[in-house]
Design a protein around this ligand. Structure first.
Ligand SMILES: Cc1ncc(COP(=O)(O)O)c(C=O)c1O
Length: 498
């Protein structure tokens, strides 16, 4: 039976939509305005949050949207961890730009499927423009191809798959990995993010296909070790296909010697991929190091707008020097798609052919809005300020008698708490400091005054602050040493052996 009058529990009239929307925007504005005065997090346990959320089964009948929205807004505003807080410096997650927040709302309202031009005419062209502008910003050739993805892992994986397709000496898409005459190998520094393990595992090469190359005293890939490994593997009948250089490592912001790695790749006919998920935007700074600027030589680059372009999660981006490589790696033409030209004789961009996703959301909008609002100069200023604040943090750690500064790279400073008068020496001292600083990270993270994460540098467990946060100011950075030392001392007082 065809219902003549459908009652649609999910629909909403324009007046109610307007009222709820205005209220929500007001509450988000108040949230952003009051954020600096509140804790970064309350450090709530899963049990507490589950209790607040309620543990009941799915209700048979629905509820009042105003009430539901009110409840969940309250829960989120009161119990979230806020990476938009001026004192959030954990991992690499930026403060979200307010215009990007509105962009996500607009993107959801239009709901284009950015898998095909015909389903998303404006959104497709905005994504193309955003990709080109990201390339221009970081000094990568603007004629490149590219695609927006969910984040850094996916952006790197797209590069990995393009490399595998381009450099495997047989048709790997048709015949699979078994058809190869040897093992495909990827070369990465020991400091490379764990995406490479996921890629090697998930795409069938296996973890043994990753060659971990040693780093120098600045935690940068040693190109002599890379050359030696490639030579040894070739002599053993293996098939090197990819070298990954990192532009800003996750732990310390180290930048591999990208120019030298590009040379090696050219000489050995290997795909050169740069993981610039964190550091690539810093290549926009005129004063960026030649090593960083050499990302322009890569065959592909992963950039992560939800890190240093301050887009709300999720937004990653892969750039590929020769646009055809993406289509080569990902394109299929099923019979049930009827995607013709756009009416002007030009082949339209159908993003489902350039990456892993089929239906795709409009994540490009928030990135595009940020690029338009800040422009190149705005990004340079924000990134430069983040770096200067990290430098200040590093200097403050150097100057404090109970802090030991470790590394400074891009906008990441690492340091540890070393209590005055510590009598231990040698490995007992290191073990004690590692355990103390690990507990300190836990305590700081739950405490809500500041949020830092950790790194392990040559066996030392250290605190790590990464500033990709346009809300952080000098006073926030100046407050850090005392908070760390006060918390560290309190912790020592509570530990059975100090
Ligand atoms: C260098 C690097 N690559 C890749 C990633 C993964 O990015 P995402 O968490 O957006 O997937 C990160 C995350 O911090 C990173 O620092």
């Amino acid at each position: 039976m065809t219902p003549s009058h459908r009652t649609v529990p999910l629909d909403m009239g324009p007046d109610q939509f307007r009222t709820l929307g205005h209220e929500l925007v007001d509450r988000i504005a108040a949230h952003l305005a009051t954020l600096p005065g509140r804790p970064v997090t309350l450090g709530d346990s899963p049990t507490l949050i589950r209790d607040r959320l309620g543990q009941g089964p799915l209700a048979a009948s629905g509820g009042d949207p105003a009430e539901i929205l009110d409840q969940v807004t309250r829960l989120l505003v009161e119990h979230s961890l806020f990476n938009g807080h001026p004192r959030f410096w954990g991992y690499i997650t930026s403060s979200p730009a307010p215009l990007g927040i509105l962009g996500d709302l607009l993107a959801a309202a239009m709901n284009p499927n950015v898998g095909a031009f015909v389903l998303s005419p404006v959104a497709t062209e905005i994504e193309r423009q955003a990709v080109r502008w990201v390339a221009e910003l970081i000094g990568y050739p603007a004629a490149c191809g590219g695609i927006m993805v969910s984040g850094g892992n996916m952006a790197n994986m797209v590069g990995f798959l393009a490399a595998r397709r381009a450099k495997a000496p047989w048709d790997v898409r048709q015949a699979g990995l078994r058809a190869g005459s040897g093992q495909l190998l990827a070369y990465v520094s020991r400091e490379t993010h764990t995406w490479i393990q996921k890629a090697a595992d998930l795409f069938g090469l296996g973890l043994d296909a990753v060659r971990w190359i040693d780093v120098d005293d600045r935690l940068r890939m040693r190109v002599d070790a890379l050359e030696a490994a490639i030579a040894a593997d070739r002599a053993a009948g293996h098939l090197p296909f990819l070298v990954v250089g990192t532009a800003g490592s996750v732990s310390t912001g180290a930048i591999d010697p990208l120019g030298d790695i590009a040379d090696t790749c050219r000489r050995h006919d290997l795909w050169f991929h740069v993981d610039g998920a964190y550091g690539a935007p810093a290549a926009a700074l005129p004063e960026a190091s030649p090593d960083l600027k050499a990302l322009a030589l890569a065959d592909s680059v992963a950039v992560d707008p939800h890190k240093w372009l301050y887009a709300p999660l999720e937004a990653g981006c892969t750039l590929v020097r020769d646009a055809r490589h993406l289509e080569d790696a990902f394109s299929f033409h099923p019979a049930y798609y009827h995607f013709t030209d756009g009416g002007d004789g030009q082949a339209p961009t159908n993003f489902h052919e350039l990456g892993l996703q089929n239906s795709r959301g409009f994540r490009a909008l928030k990135v595009w809005l940020g690029l338009r609002q800040a422009g190149r100069d705005g990004y340079v200023r924000m990134i430069r300020d983040d770096i200067a604040l990290a430098e200040e943090m590093y200097r403050a750690a150097q100057a404090h008698p109970e802090l030991e500064a470790f590394t400074l790279g891009l906008s990441i400073a690492t340091f540890r708490f070393v209590p005055e008068g510590l009598a231990l020496t040698g490995s007992a001292r290191e073990e004690y400091l590692n355990s103390l600083n690990a507990d300190l990270v836990t305590r700081l993270q739950a405490g809500g005054e500041v949020f830092v994460s950790n790194a392990v540098i040559n066996g030392s467990y250290v605190l790590r602050a990464c500033i990709v946060n346009f809300r952080t100011g000098a006073a926030d950075v100046e407050a850090l040493p005392d908070i760390v030392v006060r918390t560290g001392r309190a912790l020592m007082g509570e530990r059975p052996n100090g």
